[in-house]
Ligand binder design. Structure first.
Ligand SMILES: Cc1ncc(COP(=O)(O)O)c(C=O)c1O
Length: 426
């Protein structure tokens, strides 16, 4: 009998040692490889050589210098490799892994995600992206005709469209205040929200870091003010999570939604949805399937067949981040920001359109090249220098949006500044 079983397993490719590497083994291998490559045990090392090593782990297309992490994030080799292995494992035995074989591992990813934000795993759902999270919130809430939702002018279409479709069409009022473009302080922004609140306000939907000019909005202060008036706070964290560190409990919002494929090195199509325990009662799943009666937050991610290899790949990405260190990543991004801004400070034709203070901006900076059309600047950066960025023409910005991530080095920024200067003077 045992002989037959062994023979059967052999034909399946599962020998005594187990030919399928378990996710835990793959995660451990990814971390070990990384530590070896970077000498990461030396957590004190913040030299350019160290970051050059990090850069070498992000194999972008030949000749491309990527300043567009805000549009979609870079993913290091090790995470791609781990994700490929998860895809192979699944395709080697599809039914096993899709239908329960990876339950425990998925819970491990949930725990790792929860620990990133210092919250309970019971407050984290693993979804696809920020757009889904914003839809989930806007579709769930039982608002009444005349109720108001505050949604400032810089909000992303992935937040605005769900409120328009699921709530405005029911007669709910969307209040759209104008934010200052270059606020001097967080209080200036808080004041805008304060003035927009009325007795009918039920929700403030707010971006943590706006995708237009990279301004950070004071979510903590606004959540506190909102909760004092019984208003729910929903946050679009697509550009903030991973760029800098924060604790969701401390931030105080009710809901927070993230695209892990921007600043968290994840394979594409993995999102995070946080709902504070006491606010979960407001939520209904966007998609219902078997298991919809689950009373836990898992009911919000119950898609039946789904992208599990990417979810486990995201687990590897979280290990990657942990290995380097969230604070170290944040410090590096702010170092690059400062390096870039200092280089431009006195340039007469390169005008920064992003607030300067670290509390008000981070790794996304917008620059206008005076006298030039932004689309031309974007095209020239790419055609002549192989640099990718995002053109921003809304709000009169006429500027290129440049994202600085851990795979960008000071040398990249030196080349960028020369390129911008050349374009400005030609
Ligand atoms: C602020 C903000 N919110 C939402 C999104 C949408 O992200 P996703 O396509 O991953 O849902 C983006 C994408 O650029 C964004 O910048």
């Amino acid at each position: 009998m045992e002989h037959h079983r062994r023979k059967f397993l052999k034909t399946l490719g599962v020998g005594a040692m187990g030919a399928f590497a378990s996710p835990t083994q793959i995660w451990a291998k990814t971390t070990a490889d990384l530590q070896q490559t970077l000498g990461l045990f030396d957590t004190e090392d913040t030299s350019e050589a160290y970051w050059g090593n990090v850069k070498s782990q992000f194999p972008f297309a030949e000749g491309l210098t990527y300043f567009n992490n805000g549009s979609l994030g870079g993913c290091p080799k090790a995470i791609r490799q781990a994700t490929h292995e998860f895809r192979d494992t699944l395709d080697d035995f599809p039914s096993k892994y899709m239908w329960g074989g990876w339950n425990e591992e998925k819970e491990t990813v949930r725990k790792k995600t929860a620990s990133l934000f210092s919250v309970s795993p019971e407050e984290i759902a693993l979804i696809h992206n920020t757009t889904e999270g914003m839809n989930l919130i806007a579709r769930s809430l039982e608002l009444q005709k005349g109720d108001e939702v505050i949604l400032a002018d810089h909000e992303h279409s992935s937040a605005v469209s769900p409120w328009k479709v699921w709530q405005e069409s029911k007669g709910i009022q969307l209040v759209r205040p104008t934010l200052p473009m270059l606020p001097e302080s967080a209080d200036e922004i808080v004041e805008v929200y304060k003035k927009s609140i009325t007795v009918r306000t039920k929700v403030i939907s707010i971006c943590h870091l706006v995708n237009t000019n990279g301004m950070i909005l004071p979510v903590k202060q606004i959540s506190k003010m909102a909760h004092e008036k019984g208003i729910l706070v929903a946050v679009d964290g697509a550009q903030a999570a991973g760029m800098f560190t924060f604790d969701l409990e401390d931030l105080g919002c009710d809901f927070y939604t993230v695209s892990a494929h921007k600043w968290l090195f994840s394979p594409k199509g993995v999102g995070i949805f946080y709902a504070r325990e006491e606010s979960q009662k407001h939520l209904k799943p966007l998609i219902v399937a078997r298991g919809y009666k689950d009373s836990s937050i898992r009911r919000l991610e119950n898609y039946n067949t789904r992208n599990l290899p990417e979810v486990l790949g995201f687990g590897a990405a979280l290990d990657y981040r942990e290995t380097i260190g969230g604070k170290k990543i944040e410090a590096r991004i702010y170092e690059l920001k400062e390096y870039f801004r200092n280089a431009l400070e006195t340039h007469p034709k390169l005008i920064l359109k992003t607030p300067k203070q670290d509390s008000l901006s981070g790794g996304i900076q917008v620059v206008e090249v005076l006298g030039k059309d932004v689309q031309d600047v974007k095209d020239r950066l790419f055609d002549e220098y192989g640099m990718d960025c995002r053109p921003m023409s809304t709000f009169g910005l006429n500027g290129v949006r440049l994202s600085f991530a851990i795979f960008n080095t000071k040398k990249d920024i030196d080349r960028l500044v020369v390129a911008l200067d050349t374009i400005a003077n030609s």
